[in-house]
Every structure is written in C-alpha cells, then in structure tokens.
Design a protein around this ligand. Structure first.
Ligand SMILES: O=C(O)CCC(=O)C(=O)O
Length: 265
C-alpha cells in the first residue's frame, strides 16, 4: 500500500488534537513484519553499517524507505503542511532523517523547539493548519508508561509569552509524553517545545526514526543526500526531495518533478 494509491484524509479528531497540543500519536501503524525489518535495519546501521549497501546506509533507505510516504503520515502531512501538487508530486518535502537507539539511562536533547514566526512558524488560517517544520517519529519498540521517549510541553507551538526558564528543563512538570505499541507514529510541529527524555525501560532500548518535513517552498535543514539514494526510490517518493522553488519561467516548468538537477541541496 502506498500513498499514491490511498488517500485517507486527516480525521477531525487528529486535527483537533494536533492543533490543541502541537502533536499527535497514532498507534499501531506498521505491521509486525515491517516493524521488525526496520528495527533490524536501524540496529545494523549502528552496529555494522559496512554490511549494508552504501545506497541503503540511511535511516530513510532500505526497509525504512516506506516510512517516508506511509499513507497514514501522508494523510496528516497533506492536512498540516501542503496538499499534493499533482498525482505525481507531493506538496510537502522531506528534509531530514535520523535514527536513535537509546539505552536505559541515556538522555536525549534538552527541551527546545522553535516558536517561530514566518515560514517555519505554526499558524491556522481559514480553517487550515500550517504546521511549519514538522517531525515524524516512528517508534520501533514498544513504549510503556514511564519509559521516556520524546516529550512535549503541549500548546507551546502557539504560546503568547516566552517559556520561563524554570519550565525549560528535563524535569519540567509541564512535559507530557505518550506510550504506544511498536510500529506507532508520533507527529509534531517543531514549534512545540520538546525533549528527548531519559530512557527507563529494562526490557529494550528505545529505537526510533525521526523524519522531518516542511512545506514545499521552505527549507530548514541542509539535506546532503546523494542523488543515487533518492533515485532508487519510486518516482512520487523522489519528489519529496525536489529543489525548493516554485516555477521556472524560462523553461515554463513548474516544480513538480525530481532529477539530478532538481534536488534539495
Ligand atoms: O530524541 C528525542 O526523542 C527528541 C528528538 C528531538 O529533540 C528533535 O527531533 O528535535
């Protein structure tokens, strides 16, 4: 199943919670087989990268490639970033991906997050969310209450006053998080203050992939991805990595394609 064949609109419940909190968790999106293959890929990337084909040595390649435009994620990103440009081209773009393996006792980044104005900022205009820089977290192991995955100060994506320093720390009482089965996805606007908490599970590591997206005409991260890695993807998926421009008047060409001359730098 690809997003090219399935168009499930974002639900009213998802839109309401995303706007209220700045993040949503959608449980059990991947099958056990998919989750296992991707978890193995991420483990191998960390422990034995040389054994992986160089073109697949990325958190967005190999079996993890399907996450980039998984229909469940596409349905939300169409609703909070941008609808498709055409049947062959996504509106939003992918602009960064990394994975994390966190062992018991290891802590992630301190609370941070933009509360930007302008193109990266979060806003709602005429009944539509514009999420700005948006992160999609795939949890590849179960997350139980108290484990400590990513946490959020819900609502800070539209706060009206600066976050007091006393709340901007890992033990902030305002940080809120989730628990979910392996194969679940969490989507948040990077405008929401968020942190990587201390992983507490005795049962397994936290293994996650964190992909970042933006609207078509906005870029935050430098991509640095070899052309060949994208060229190995199906055509519509490739358009997630097209350049950041709208129209080439000299050649009467809208930006609805990917090739070696038209990729994100
Ligand atoms: O590692 C985490 O859980 C937090 C990730 C994070 O801070 C980010 O994506 O900006």
């Amino acid at each position: 199943m690809t997003a090219e064949t399935v168009d499930i609109p974002m639900t009213d419940e998802q839109r309401f919670v995303f706007d209220l909190k700045g993040w949503i968790c959608i449980p059990s999106v991947l099958s056990d087989v998919e989750t296992e293959a991707i978890r193995q890929h991420i483990t191998q990337l960390k422990t034995d990268p040389e054994s992986i084909d160089p073109l697949e040595r990325y958190s967005l390649a190999g079996p993890a490639q399907i996450l980039l435009d998984h229909p469940v994620v596409v349905s939300v990103l169409r609703g909070i970033l941008e609808g498709d440009r055409s049947d062959e081209c996504y509106g939003f773009r992918c602009e960064n991906s990394f994975s994390t393996i966190r062992k018991k006792g290891q802590t992630g980044p301190s609370p941070h997050g933009g509360h930007w104005h302008g193109p990266h900022g979060y806003r709602v205009y005429r009944d539509r969310i514009y999420s700005g820089l948006t992160r999609v977290v795939w949890e590849l192991n179960p997350v139980e209450p108290g484990d400590g995955p990513t946490a959020f100060i819900s609502g800070t994506h539209k706060m009206n006053f600066s976050l007091p320093e006393s709340y901007n720390k890992h033990d902030s009482p305002l940080l809120e998080t989730y628990s979910c089965p392996a194969g679940s996805v969490v989507i948040f606007t990077e405008n929401t203050t968020h942190a990587g908490m201390t992983w507490n599970s005795n049962k397994h590591d936290r293994i996650a992939i964190l992909n970042c997206y933006n609207a078509g005409l906005v870029q935050y991260h430098k991509m640095n991805l070899p052309y060949e890695v994208v060229a190995a993807m199906p055509p519509k998926r490739q358009t997630l990595f097209r350049g950041v421009w709208q129209h080439d008047f000299a050649n009467q060409q809208p930006n609805n394609f990917f090739n070696e001359e038209n990729m994100t730098l």
